[in-house]
Design a protein around this ligand. Structure first.
Ligand code: FE2
Ligand code: FE2
Length: 166
């Protein structure tokens, strides 16, 4: 019987919000300032998503007796770390506008590919390890971590500043 996972639906809903900003971020027809504003909107969404995914979803995947699933969790975690490093570079004051735009495109492409991989390969495989009780529990934990991530205050930290890289 087809199993519809609340957790996977919640993850995909967040991916959809991320994709909207990622598409704008690499759009060369809009101004650099608009892309920088888009980057400011993307950051809190992206950081909140990757942190909650690691704390709830990847942790569960690592706890299962399935090497493939364990590997997918470590692979996802490594991709998140690479993206974090790229973001750190983009927040530095040392990039020229052209360098910043190139980094923005690489960021959008890398995150986009990661989201596709999760949706096409990881989540369908993860669903095999979920029953409806486990699914509901993980979904609740994933959604409730929203509060924790918001409390970190990425919005204020990144959005209230005038762009440092312009
Ligand atoms: Fe991820
Ligand atoms: Fe994800």
């Amino acid at each position: 019987m087809f199993f519809s996972s609340q957790l996977v639906e919640a993850l995909k809903a967040d991916h959809k919000k991320l994709r909207a900003e990622l598409n704008l971020l690499k759009e060369t027809d809009i101004s650099q300032l608009d892309r920088q504003l888009c980057f400011g909107r993307l950051l809190p969404l992206l950081i909140s998503h990757t942190q909650r995914e690691e704390k709830v979803v990847y942790s569960f995947m690592k706890s299962q007796d399935d090497e493939n699933l364990n590997f997918m969790a470590y692979e996802g975690q490594t991709k998140h770390a690479m993206v974090d490093q790229l973001i750190e570079d983009m927040l530095s004051e040392n990039l020229t506008n052209q360098e910043w735009s190139a980094s923005a495109k690489v960021l959008a492409d890398s995150v986009g590919q990661h989201l596709d991989e999760e949706e096409n390969e990881v989540f369908p495989y993860l669903k095999r390890h979920l029953d409806s009780d486990k699914d509901a529990e993980l979904c609740l934990r994933y959604e409730s971590h929203y509060q924790d991530s918001d409390a970190i205050g990425y919005d204020e930290e990144y959005l209230s500043e005038t762009p440092r890289w312009s």
